[in-house]
Design a protein around this ligand. Structure first.
Ligand code: ATP
Ligand code: MG
Length: 566
């Protein structure tokens, strides 16, 4: 493609609204343009790369036996009302009405549509298992659309859904798609981890998220320094063992702690470390209150609280609620003499505290020399804190470290949840009606593109891996005024094209500096410059990533490039 004809509006300045390298560079190099918050145009270069990601996803999904379909973006509200998500999706679901005032939603995801489709078309175990997928824009009115394509309100997703007669069959497909996901992200050149994730309120069983390791990621991953164990921080079980210090329990004392509210202020005031204090947090669990006690240096983990209480909704109690139940605000809460109706649960580490401190349920007062089980009772000790760096890895191998990650994919065992809600059933081998067992599998295609840029760029611009580059080779004619040079450059361009290289040809009447800057910015891995030695039959080759350069004779060029790219 001749660059003079192509829509590649590179920018000289870094766009102000963009904070992250991927967002800045995709704008600056002319790949995308914003239309509205979280809504983007893909310009020719952006569209080419997006299609390459899409094709990798498509090839691997097809190879894994999934069938491509296309479902409507415009979805009747009724379906969402039947599943209950018309309410629970809240403001994230984009809603609209037709001319008859009938409510619709724009597809944020397609569990409802696909379940109703398969419910109506498949009624026998003989057609199972079945996996369908589509690659299509999704709409979510995100609270904070940001970072360009990483969190958009309109974004490209691959979503797949599998239907099974039993969980065993689901496991098989899940594992096959898990492997397909690994190949997809490997082919995109990404450094990633598959992490064990929270199945949340969806009633699912296993779930994994595919996380691209990146400092700009919004999620924290706990991983083992020696094995391939990785989990979302809120999911990793804590396997630490604690020991009771060998000291005599002393007499319980109540002490005035004026102005000491935070754990650190209390510890400083009482002259001990955070570890020797206890933290008490009030949760509203469905319609009752639960006090969770952890050691002062630990963080309570609300996913674990939720699982322990087997609750639908777990949220922090407000200070007002806390005061009315306990008689004291956040800074002075503790498990001693707490009211009957408040269940007290504690993390395992609490059991091993001796002569610790905790709030006295009276503003401005704390107890010291507190000894669990002697001074207060808990209904259960359980694993209720978040894992920390340095804790042993839950798989028994190595130590936990933290990293930041960008979630690019998600595989999820849904079970019969949607089939039950939407009446999706089939006749099993005994001729009995049963609900479909389902799995769902998402990949953020446009987010993946951005995640690749986060891992592949330098201070001058993008550095595409060969699998995703918008063009294979960037041919630059340095002097587009000299007719002999134009002739050589045209000849190089035509011969590479005829050998099936996809070539961007900078034939513009621009200064050399401008052309090189743009070329670095655009980030095609291989550059061929027609310059000073054109009359001798030599062109200059440059590798964008390593900066390696060498002169190559025109007659050798195809062979030379083939060696690099094929
Ligand atoms: P997040 O926690 O980032 O909001 P999610 O759990 O809502 O993600 P899923 O519903 O599992 O995401 O969607 C499948 C995939 O779609 C995600 O793994 C992610 O790659 C992508 N995705 C989700 N929301 C967005 C968004 N707003 N913009 C771009 N990609 C997104
Ligand atoms: Mg989300």
């Amino acid at each position: 493609m001749r660059q003079s004809n192509m829509l590649i509006p590179t920018l000289r300045e870094l766009p102000k609204e963009a904070e992250l390298p991927s967002h800045q560079l995709l704008l600056k190099a002319g790949y995308i343009r914003k239309l509205a918050s979280g809504v983007y145009n893909f310009l020719p270069l952006g569209k080419k790369v997006l299609r390459k990601v899409e094709n990798i996803v498509r090839e691997e999904m097809d190879r894994a036996g999934a069938q491509e379909i296309q479902m409507p973006i415009l979805q009747p509200a009724e379906l969402w009302q039947t599943s209950g998500r018309w309410n629970t999706m809240g403001d994230e679901l984009m809603r609209l009405k037709d001319r008859h005032e009938r409510p619709f939603a724009l597809g944020a995801t397609h569990e409802e549509v696909v379940t109703s489709l398969i419910r109506d078309e498949v009624n026998s175990y003989k057609k199972l298992p079945l996996t369908v997928y589509q690659i299509q824009n999704k709409y979510r009115d995100e609270k904070r659309p940001r970072f360009g394509l990483l969190r958009g309100r309109e974004f490209l997703m691959k979503d797949a859904y599998s239907f099974h007669e039993d969980f065993e069959s689901l496991d098989e497909t899940y594992n096959r798609l898990f492997e397909a996901y690994k190949r997809i992200f490997e082919r995109c050149g990404l450094n990633f981890r598959a992490v064990i994730a929270d199945s949340g309120a969806m009633g699912g069983k296993d779930t994994h998220e595919f996380m691209v390791l990146s400092d700009v990621g919004e999620d924290t991953i706990a991983y083992s320094d020696t094995s391939d164990y990785a989990a979302n921080v809120e999911m990793a079980p804590v396997m630490s063992e604690y020991e009771k210090p060998n000291v005599e329990p002393k007499e319980l004392k109540k002490i005035e702690t004026p102005n000491a509210k935070t754990m650190q202020e209390v510890a400083d005031y009482l002259g001990h470390s955070l570890k020797e204090g206890m933290k008490a947090i009030m949760f509203k669990v469905d319609d009752r209150f639960v006090m969770v006690v952890t050691r002062g240096d630990h963080e309570v983990n609300d996913v674990k609280v939720k699982n322990l209480c087997d609750a639908e909704i777990v949220e922090l109690a407000t200070e007002h609620e806390t005061k009315s139940v306990m008689g004291a605000g956040f800074g002075s809460l503790g498990p001693i003499n707490s009211p009957e109706e408040v269940e007290v649960v504690a993390d395992h580490a609490v059991k091993y505290l001796v002569n610790a401190s905790c709030g006295a349920n009276e503003d401005g007062y704390h107890y010291t020399n507190v000894n669990p089980d002697r001074d207060f009772k808990v209904s259960q000790y359980a694993d209720l804190r978040s894992i920390e760096e340095g804790d042993p890895s839950p798989d028994g191998q190595g130590t936990i470290k933290f990293a930041k990650g960008i979630e690019v994919g998600h595989v999820f065992k849904l079970g019969t949840l949607y089939a039950d809600k939407l009446g999706g059933s089939f006749l099993n081998q005994q001729g009995k009606a049963e609900s479909f067992v389902m799995g769902c599998y998402g990949i953020g295609v446009s987010r993946t593109l951005s995640a690749v840029v986060e891992q592949y760029h330098d201070e001058n611009g993008l550095l595409w891996p060969d699998s995703l580059t918008p063009f294979d080779v960037h041919v630059i004619n340095l002097n587009a005024k000299k007719s002999e040079q134009i002739e050589v450059a045209d000849q190089v361009y035509e011969s590479l094209k005829s050998q099936n290289f996809d070539v961007l040809y900078d034939d513009r009447q621009e200064r050399a500096g401008v052309k090189f800057n743009d070329s670095d910015l655009i980030g095609i891995p291989y550059r061929v410059t027609i310059g000073k030695r054109a009359n001798e039959g030599y062109v200059e080759f440059k590798h964008r990533k390593t900066g390696d350069q060498q002169d190559v004779h025109i007659d050798e060029l195809v062979r030379f490039l083939n060696q690099l790219t094929k």
